[in-house]
Design a protein around this ligand. Structure first.
Ligand code: AHN
Ligand code: ZN
Length: 335
């Protein structure tokens, strides 16, 4: 046998050996069925994910129409190409609720684009133009760094991309980084005519109407939003529960099996208007939102949320690990 094809067989061999090693009480006769049930899941490197969050934050606030936003977008695309994805972007002008024209960019990274069996992973990469929840009113018109709100989900997805470049998953994966999620109504603008829920998630609203490929399909989607705060708690978010309860079941079970039940709480949380809403509503693809719900905080997301404090001090590698390892296990178990 050629050495190259040996290497390709190694994961399977390893899985078989594992079965032999731990199979004392296993009475199954059908070895191939047993091997099939075992997926080799890469080890998510939380320090690497952390550094990807740090890198995004180093550009400054990634607010549409700013140089930091353009620079970070270029870096994200280059990184995803480096990890072997076929990357396309949607450069679009989106109208914010206040009439501002946003030069926005959805970044779509396709792994194994020829594969019909696909899973969608997504996060928003922009950061909010205003710290309108800051305790200090002097900050209410300042942009946020968005280490957790934006940076964390993208950081986890970049590390998953890096892992897929080393050992591809069986299914095709699309990593979609949405722009202009966080340009929703400023708290002080509550009386404006445009104060409505669809002022948020502009990039995903666009993509869900006009995807990069038509028709677009995926078995399901997983959105990551605010997945880096220490001791985060992820509940069964309402929109996800409504459209994609079985996907929550699957992901929360994998999390528990991997020892992350203290993060993934098997109880209902509130409804959140987020990028997944439009993937569910417009595309009909069941999509869940893994989003930190902080029951103790006033706004429900955490004391840093939409404040100038959303910096690296709110990023904990242990939380990135819990989320990243869980999502990796979910996609590497797709056949
Ligand atoms: C609303 O506050 C309406 N939705 C929260 C979505 C969001 C904002 N995620 C991150 N920042
Ligand atoms: Zn936000």
């Amino acid at each position: 046998m050629e050495f190259k094809s040996m290497i390709r067989l190694l994961p399977m061999l390893f899985a078989t050996l594992l079965m032999v090693a731990c199979g004392g009480s296993n009475t199954k006769k059908n070895d191939s069925a047993v091997v099939e049930a075992m997926a080799v899941v890469p080890i998510f490197d939380a320090d690497s994910a952390y550094s990807f969050v740090e890198k995004q934050v180093s550009f400054g606030p990634r607010v549409p129409n700013t140089q930091a936003h353009r620079n970070c977008g270029d870096w994200l695309e280059a990184k995803l190409r480096e990890y072997g994805a076929e990357v396309v972007d949607q450069n679009i002008e989106l109208m914010a609720y206040n009439g501002t024209k946003l030069q926005a960019r959805n970044i779509i990274a396709q792994f194994r684009p020829e594969n019909k069996k696909r899973v969608l992973l997504c996060a928003h990469w922009d950061s909010r133009p205003w710290a309108d929840c800051d305790p200090d009113a002097a900050n209410h018109r300042k942009p946020i760094l968005g280490a957790n709100d934006g940076g964390s989900g993208v950081g986890v997805l970049l590390e998953i991309a890096r892992q897929m470049s080393a050992v591809p998953a069986t299914v095709g994966v699309d990593i979609v980084l949405f722009d202009a999620e966080d340009y929703g109504t400023h708290k002080a603008d509550h009386s404006v005519r445009h104060n409505m829920d669809n002022s948020w998630a502009l990039g995903s609203q666009y993509w869900a109407r006009i995807p990069h490929k038509s028709p677009y399909n995926a078995r399901y989607g997983i959105l990551l939003d605010m997945v880096g705060a220490p001791h985060s708690t992820f509940y069964r978010e309402g929109v996800s529960q409504h459209y994609a309860a079985s996907i929550i079941d699957k992901v929360w079970k994998v999390a528990a099996d991997n020892g992350y039940a203290s993060y993934f709480i098997n109880e209902e949380g509130g409804f959140v208007t987020d990028d997944h809403l439009y993937v569910n509503e417009y595309m009909g693809i069941p999509c869940i939102d893994i989003i930190n719900h902080d029951k103790e905080s006033e706004n429900g997301f955490g004391p840093y949320w939409h404040t100038v404090k959303d910096d690296m001090s709110w990023i904990d590698a242990a939380t990135l690990k819990a989320v990243g390892q869980t999502v990796l296990a979910v996609i590497y178990n797709e056949k």
